[in-house]
Design a protein around this ligand. Structure first.
Ligand code: ADP
Length: 478
């Protein structure tokens, strides 16, 4: 694996708040307990964070309920809500580098990506949702008899949100933004691996004018704080992003308590299909990005690379060369493409999957081991000759491990791509319009990217339908 780039980047980095955010104030957990959050580069503790539990969730729900029932938030004009979200966006933008540095410290993602992609995207998300506040319209329905029928869109009430650690700030934005724009109040449980950035930006949100109790944050663990939130009798809805197994638990907890509606965004094992008419160099680069971006820790990662047999050998060779060029190292250095995995648990899990790939007979093309002896770094790894029945072909690895499969026929690859318990996303690489149209319709996935991958900008508003995003070959024409 290529050596890490040399030049260090040293932004100022501050831990910020570490307590729970309840009713507009930073407070200790009722139990007084704390838990460590670690730097994935070293495994060293960055800070100890207040550990919320059922009692804290209850305090937070009481505050959110009061803010919803009696506070100004659902009652103020949509324009005022919009102004607060816009001011929040401005404050995030002003502190872009500090926030990015904190995110890199707690999560391990390359600082350049945090500073140029994730934090600016959070700013754009907040401005986008700020624009929603006064554009939520109802509907008049023609009635059979002498009745006037209206459909009104109203806030749901107290919304519980549970998010994962792979994109802590984007997950925050995708959850908090729409819920606030619509006038709800929130109890958010961040992931135990990455509690810091949400606390940091939420302080800015209060500076921007958010009334107390509207957004409450309970840091803590899933089976305690998360489960208490999902089973709370006074929470009106749960929005969850995380693993499929935990998603099942959340639905069950809702069913056993007050049947609150649940939205789930879960795992993936997304196919990335390379046809023989594709530009191979571009396809190699894009398939590499689709899998390795964010240390492979993406729910929509293109984790099953299907390659047409006519270009298969060339594709595998070139993918190997690309993986060997990948710059892995300290995420606070310039030019680094890949930092450490999030924590020891994920690190060990990924190494177990690599071993399983080897044991089941897949060909280890490159990588296959940890990198260095400090922190949670893993070599960019590629398996070829992967068979559909193998564990690495079916389960979500959530790490820098690319699996390459061979196919020879369009109908065959459609069938194999769809033979998965997941259906989050898919990538298609072809220069043939007919093939592209066939695949975008035939693949059972919520988003299909054509000649591109991980393009999110236009998807903000289309989460419930199938989105097809096609890269334009001649953008200059526009
Ligand atoms: P990951 O593999 O990404 O860590 P999880 O589904 O375990 O996926 O975690 C996503 C979020 O769900 C985290 O905030 C975690 O604390 C929370 N969580 C985990 N287990 C539970 C549970 N039993 N009840 C509620 N929340 C949970």
């Amino acid at each position: 694996t290529a050596a890490a780039a040399e030049e260090p980047i040293s932004p100022s980095v501050q831990v910020g708040e570490t307590q729970l955010l309840i009713n507009g104030k930073f407070v200790d957990a009722a139990s007084g307990k704390t838990f460590p959050t670690v730097d994935p580069r070293t495994g060293e503790v960055i800070a100890r964070v207040a550990e919320g539990d059922a009692e804290d969730v209850d305090r937070a729900v009481v505050a959110a309920r009061k803010a919803f029932d009696e506070g100004p938030w659902p009652r103020m004009t949509a324009y005022e809500r919009s102004r607060i979200l816009l001011r929040f966006a401005d404050l995030i933008e002003k502190h872009n580098d500090d926030i990015a540095a904190l995110e890199t410290w707690d999560n391990g993602k390359p600082y350049e990506q945090a500073a140029h992609i994730e934090v600016p995207m959070l700013v754009r998300l907040m401005r986008y949702y700020a624009g929603w506040t006064d554009k939520i319209h109802g509907l008049i329905v023609p009635a059979d008899g002498p009745h006037h029928v209206q459909v009104l869109h109203e806030p749901i009430g107290v919304v519980g949100q549970i998010i994962p650690w792979n994109f802590p700030l984007l997950m925050y934005g995708w959850k908090v933004g729409p819920a606030l724009a619509c006038g709800n109040t929130i109890v958010l449980k961040t992931a135990e691996q990455t509690p810091l950035s949400a606390l940091y930006v939420s302080k800015l949100l209060h500076e921007a004018g958010l009334p107390e109790g509207v957004l409450n944050i309970v840091s803590g663990f899933g089976p305690t704080a998360g489960a208490a939130l999902a089973s709370h009798m006074d929470v009106d809805k749960i929005a969850f992003t995380g693993s499929t197994d935990t998603g099942k638990v959340i639905l069950e907890l809702s069913a056993r308590s007050n049947l609150k509606p649940v939205t789930l965004e879960l795992g993936g094992k997304s196919p990335f299909i390379v046809m023989d008419d594709a530009d191979i160099d571009q396809a190699v680069e894009l398939a590499h990005f689709a899998l390795f971006f964010n240390q492979g820790q993406c729910c929509c990662a293109g984790s099953r690379t299907f390659v047409h047999e006519r270009v298969y050998d060339e594709f595998v060779e070139k993918s190997k060369a690309r993986a060997l060029k990948r710059v892995v190292g300290d995420p606070f250095r310039k030019g680094v493409e890949q930092g450490p995995q999030i924590d020891d648990e994920q690190f060990k899990k990924i190494l177990r999957y690599i071993k399983s790939g080897v044991d089941s007979g897949a060909t280890l093309v490159t990588g296959g081991d940890k990198l260095g002896d400090k922190g949670y770094y893993i070599q960019p790894t590629i398996f070829s000759d992967v068979q559909d029945g193998m564990k690495i072909a079916q389960e979500e690895i959530f790490g820098p491990v690319q699996s390459i499969f061979k196919f020879n026929d369009l109908n065959e690859v459609i069938k194999r791509a769809n033979a998965s318990q997941y259906g989050l996303a898919a990538g298609v690489f072809t220069n043939n319009l007919d093939t592209a149209n066939t695949l975008t319709r035939a693949l059972r996935a919520g988003t299909v990217w054509v000649n591109c991958f991980d393009i999110f900008d236009s998807l903000k508003n289309y989460l419930q339908v199938k989105a097809v995003v096609t890269a334009l070959k001649n953008p200059a024409w526009l």
